[in-house]
Design a protein around this ligand. Structure first.
Ligand SMILES: CSC[C@H]1O[C@H](OP(=O)(O)O)[C@H](O)[C@@H]1O
Ligand SMILES: Nc1ncnc2[nH]cnc12
Length: 270
């Protein structure tokens, strides 16, 4: 089961005023009851795909690993370093059907370009946006040690969270465009200022910056609603890629695994 009911919101098209359906799903549950390692990411991605979603814009509160990324700044990562521990189910291709999709660029560059333009257009009105950052996704739920935080900085990490994976991997397997918009809420614990990250700090910055986040999202939805982005939003550029990902011969594919894959990609696999 997905982590929460999927809410369908209607965003008025900026050109025609016609309502455009947008699916909203809360990854930690309606009452924030799922820890990062408990989020049912496979069910979430599969449920979104099953109702026709082909583009996911994910949001996340992140710790900053760089001085110039200040709390309340927004960040559009283009890379991820995986520091999860393998305890989260992270693929649709297992149990009798093996598949390997490319993940060299874990986010959708076309989507990032559109979102970046929207974010920068709000600069001077309170929105600060950093492009092309390396996101470290750690296991949690405890925050990092100071040694880990410093290590991630030497690796070139810009920001850190516990939520990007396996979500981004599963979206790639499901042939969906995926981009995460991060909001910095703290400096983790590397700065030695006596102000290590804590939940109160994270929530405080999120609340104080909610109006900027709302305007940023509104601008992104306005832009993506335009006819010219129809192909991008329906992820035509990744459609059919799983055909090239499968390694298991037709004779070797297990019935139960195929049934699951056929639910995700109706009529595609035999
Ligand atoms: C409450 S701080 C840690 C928590 O915040 C981020 O979650 P999300 O962006 O999904 O709300 C991070 O990944 C951790 O799960
Ligand atoms: N410092 C941090 N580490 C991991 N996830 C976070 N989410 C927000 N701040 C974080």
């Amino acid at each position: 089961m997905p982590s929460a009911p999927i809410t369908i919101l209607h965003h008025p098209s900026p050109t025609t005023g016609a309502p455009i359906p947008i699916a909203f799903l809360s990854r930690h549950g309606t009452h924030h009851e799922y820890a990062p390692h408990e989020v049912p990411a496979r069910a979430n991605i599969a449920a979104l795909r099953s109702i026709g979603v082909r583009t996911v814009i994910a949001f996340s509160a992140v710790g900053s690993l760089q001085e110039e990324v200040k709390p309340r700044d927004f960040v559009l990562p283009d890379q991820i370093i995986d520091r999860t521990k393998g305890i989260r189910p992270f693929t649709f291709f297992e149990g009798g059907v093996v598949g390997h999709v490319g993940f060299g660029d874990p986010f959708d560059a076309g989507l990032a370009k559109i979102i970046s333009k929207c974010g920068h257009s709000l600069e001077g009105e309170g929105v600060v946006l950093h492009d092309k950052a390396v996101l470290v996704c750690m296991e949690g739920p405890q925050f990092s040690t100071r040694a880990e935080s410093n290590l991630y900085r030497t690796w070139g990490g810009s920001v850190i969270n516990m939520s990007a994976l396996p979500e981004a991997k599963l979206a790639r397997e499901a042939e969906m465009g995926y981009q995460m918009i991060c909001m910095a809420t703290d400096y983790d614990c590397w700065r030695n200022t006596g102000e290590d990250v804590n939940v109160e700090m994270v929530m405080g910055h999120m609340k104080a910056n909610s109006e900027n986040a709302r305007r940023f999202v509104g601008a992104v939805l306005d832009e993506l609603s335009k006819e010219e982005h129809q192909e991008q939003v329906s992820a035509k550029h990744v459609e059919g890629q799983v055909h090239f990902a499968l390694s298991t011969s037709k004779e070797g594919r297990k019935k139960e695994a195929l049934e699951k894959l056929n639910w995700l990609f109706p009529g595609t696999f035999q």
